[in-house]
Write a protein that binds this ligand. Structure first.
Ligand code: PLP
Length: 370
């Protein structure tokens, strides 16, 4: 029998697959329970805009045809919304796709890729997949230590990944700090600011004082890439659609490595329609702010520490090995996310749900901790 690992591309030896949140159907099968709630993958509890659903229905007759490989309609809509030319936009099969394209376009075994401890799990995966060296900078107060990250830059450094706000910690960087960091980078370093939770953090109700819209800085920094997604606030995670905004020269390189039809037709039409439904977006953001308040008040009542978050999720310190609490919550029909793989063995990450889901989670947590 072949030792396939010997045959594999060099980066794969050190590669661990991404661990997704447990699907509801799997828990139903394994435990034989029903009425399960999932607060594990930072999905929008309201679901997508009705305009997006209607757009999908309209297109069901078109499924035999290839999608528009250039995603013209969606780029056009994004271009108008963001105030940037279409040539700056790259569409991805989720923003994860874009993160991977960036690594493939820019990093090799001769390069370093810098990111923070407790940062999004996809950064080490895409780095390892191209056999580049991951330089993981210890976090400061659960967030990015930008000074230490700047000090880690060398001639080998090609990429820096920054999630703002960060998943799973929910911490964020202010405009002045982040801008100072990017301005100080040498131009051979590409900085990726991952704004998967931009819509939540940007909302005044989340009180993320000084939280920047980094797309405004593209003119100033040609080495900047901003990524966003329709998976979170837009409620379209299943369809897989995200995008980046960057210098057109960078977009051109990403376009060379992407698959020709990396974003499917239903995703394109749904995302385009969703951009027109600001009312639905706002409803979800409002629900999130209220739900966040509900959860942190619940944690206070239970005497539990948590990491203040400006996303649609929050990490709570359960005061002991979180794996057992996670398991006990599963038996109560509540799926949350263990984050031991992020070096946070005492925390659980909980996605803000509907008010009744948040309440059920808090009651289950009280029960399993008693
Ligand atoms: C959820 C998430 C993404 C988005 O993933 P998609 O591929 O767009 O679904 C990107 N970055 C971070 C930090 C996330 O949490």
């Amino acid at each position: 029998m072949n030792n396939y690992l010997e045959l594999a591309a060099p980066g794969l030896k050190g590669l661990q697959p991404y661990q997704p949140g447990k699907p509801i159907e799997e828990l139903e099968r394994e435990y034989g329970i029903s009425n399960i709630i999932k607060l594990a993958s930072n999905e929008n509890p309201l679901g997508p805009s009705l305009l997006a659903l209607e757009a999908i229905k309209q297109e069901l007759d078109e499924l035999a045809r290839y999608p528009d490989g250039n995603g013209f309609a969606l780029k056009q809509a994004l271009s108008q919304k963001l105030g940037v030319e279409k040539s700056h936009i790259t569409l991805g099969n989720g923003s994860n796709d874009i993160l991977e394209l960036i690594a493939r376009a820019f990093a090799t075994a001769d390069n370093d890729v810098i990111f923070s401890q407790h940062a999004f799990a996809v950064y080490p995966i895409v780095t390892q997949a191209v056999n580049a060296r991951a330089v993981v900078i210890p976090a400061k107060d659960w967030g990015h230590d930008l000074e230490a990250m700047a000090q880690a830059v060398t001639d080998r450094t090609r990429l820096v990944f920054i999630a703002n706000p960060n998943n799973p910690t929910g911490t964020y960087l202010t405009a002045d700090k982040l801008k100072g960091f990017i301005a100080g980078l040498p131009r051979h370093v590409i900085v990726v600011v991952d704004e998967a939770y931009f819509e939540y953090a940007h909302d005044p109700r989340m009180q993320a004082d000084g939280y920047p819209d980094v797309t405004q800085w593209l003119g100033e920094f040609p080495n900047l890439i901003v990524t966003r997604t329709f998976s979170k606030a837009y409620g379209l995670a299943a369809l897989r659609v995200g995008y980046s905004v960057s210098d057109p020269g960078i977009a051109d390189l990403l376009n060379r490595v992407r698959q020709p039809f990396n974003v499917n037709h239903l995703a394109i039409v749904a995302a385009t329609a969703a951009l027109n439904d600001s009312q639905h977006l706002d409803k979800g953001i409002h629900l999130n702010a209220v739900g966040m308040q509900q959860l942190v008040e619940g944690f206070d009542t239970l005497g539990l520490d948590f990491i203040p978050s400006v996303g649609n999720f929050v990490c709570v310190d359960v005061g002991k090995a979180a794996a057992t609490v996670y398991d006990a919550l599963l038996h109560e029909g509540v799926i949350v996310r263990p984050v031991a793989n992020y070096q946070m063995p005492q925390h659980l990450r909980v996605t803000i749900g509907l008010p009744q889901e948040n309440e059920r989670f808090l009651q289950a947590l009280r029960k399993v901790l008693a």
